[in-house]
Write a protein that binds this ligand. Structure first.
Ligand SMILES: Nc1ncnc2c1ncn2[C@@H]1O[C@H](COP(=O)(O)OP(=O)(O)O)[C@@H](O)[C@H]1O
Ligand SMILES: Nc1ccn([C@@H]2O[C@H](COP(=O)(O)OP(=O)(O)O)[C@@H](O)[C@H]2O)c(=O)n1
Length: 208
């Protein structure tokens, strides 16, 4: 079974993807890390504005060397959405994602375009969302607990800017797949959101 989870920044899609993957014993890929890693490489070279350099970085990405902790910073989230708007970068990351999704038994992938572009035939598709204020509060707590010097207002501004850039881009914009189930987690804690996600996946699995 392939489970495709999309949604805007800090909606809780990664948390749900990890839990669903553990529940069904499936491998999980946080595709945001791919764009974050490409951005990290470009920033290290001082070439975030250089489209060919970002495509080159995407072509040479090695899944086994990704360091999630180092990649989950606010600055890399912002830079990731810049490189992710480039068609060449997205094209260079397609094959890797398709191969991950094609593993025997299936997989769970989360990102922005999983249900629409990467795995349009996924058995279960979720579009996870929450209000910008709730998402900013969650992301602020997460970053602050890791010692990032950041304010709630800065996180909210970053989230609004990224939502806008991710939704407005020409290639694979952030949009809900027609056959996805919408899950608004604004009023749900993690266990409640997981229970709702599981109910959706179970219903899809059994053709309901
Ligand atoms: N339903 C929820 N209620 C409260 N906090 C949540 C919920 N879902 C996720 N979180 C927390 O919010 C932060 C962002 O969640 P994450 O799953 O990383 O979001 P995304 O993958 O959509 O960016 C994390 O610190 C996570 O623990
Ligand atoms: N499938 C994906 C995943 C991420 N991205 C881009 O990568 C950025 C970082 O993604 P992420 O999932 O790590 O970010 P958060 O939602 O965790 O804040 C997003 O803002 C998107 O621009 C994308 O374009 N397509």
């Amino acid at each position: 079974m392939i489970i495709a989870i999309d949604g805007p920044a800090a909606s809780g899609k990664g948390t749900l993807a990890r839990r669903l993957a553990a529940h069904y014993a499936l491998p999980h890929l946080d595709t945001g890390l791919l764009y974050r890693a490409v951005a990290a490489r470009c920033l290290a070279l001082g070439r975030l504005d250089d489209a060919p350099a970002s495509e080159e970085a995407a072509r040479h990405l090695d899944l086994s060397t990704l360091d999630p902790e180092a990649l989950r910073t606010a600055a890399l989230g912002e830079a990731a959405s810049v490189v992710a708007a480039r068609q060449g970068v997205r094209a260079a990351l397609l094959d890797l994602q398709h191969r991950f999704a094609a593993q025997p038994g299936g997989a769970v992938l989360d990102g922005r375009d999983i249900g629409t572009v990467i795995c349009p035939r996924a058995e279960a598709k979720l579009f996870v969302t929450a209000t910008p204020e709730v998402r900013a509060e969650r992301r602020y707590r997460e970053l602050a607990s890791r010692g990032e010097p950041i304010t709630y207002d800065a996180v909210l501004a970053d989230i609004r800017k990224r939502d806008e850039r991710d939704s407005a881009r020409a290639t694979a914009p952030l949009v809900m797949a027609e056959d996805a189930a919408l899950l608004d987690t604004s009023q749900l804690d993690i266990p409640a959101a997981f229970a709702a996600a599981l109910a959706i996946v179970e219903a899809r699995r059994h053709g309901r």
